[in-house]
Design a protein around this ligand. Sequence first.
Ligand code: ZN
Length: 163
Amino acid sequence: MDHEYFMRIAIEEAKKAYIKGEVPIGAVLVVKGEVIAKAHNLRELEQQVLNHAEILVIKEACEKIGFWRLDDSFLYSTVEPCVMCSGAIVQARVENVIYGASDSKNGCCGSKINLVNSGFFNHNANVISGVLAEECGLLMTNFFKELRKNKNSNEDRKCYKKI
Ligand SMILES: [Zn+2]
């Protein structure tokens, strides 16, 4: 598997989120070398806490495959999955998780805790971290830098007005 190739597709998804004013995280689900689903974070636009990129990509993949088990799949995410997404990864039996930037505050694939490969549950996923990490992380850094700048200049951002 060419992890960088698929991570670049996830990065393109993250950029779509960025443009929409969403925290720039993208995800791709691959089975047998084929992209089954692509998604990006849509939490703010839809005011839906469940709409993380990884949850959306898992949902889309299940719909396309017509089965809830995503055996032999590779889930690519630009940022380390959170507690909710890591739970979904275990539930969906995702075989491999490949992520870009680590998330020291919320990451549950090795940073805070490793839920997807803990030995506590009936499924464990392989984890590969740090694929195009710099590029993935830079999107996040730039996004939050811009967000702070805009907040400081009192420029109203529709998506973040409640923060
Ligand atoms: Zn998440």
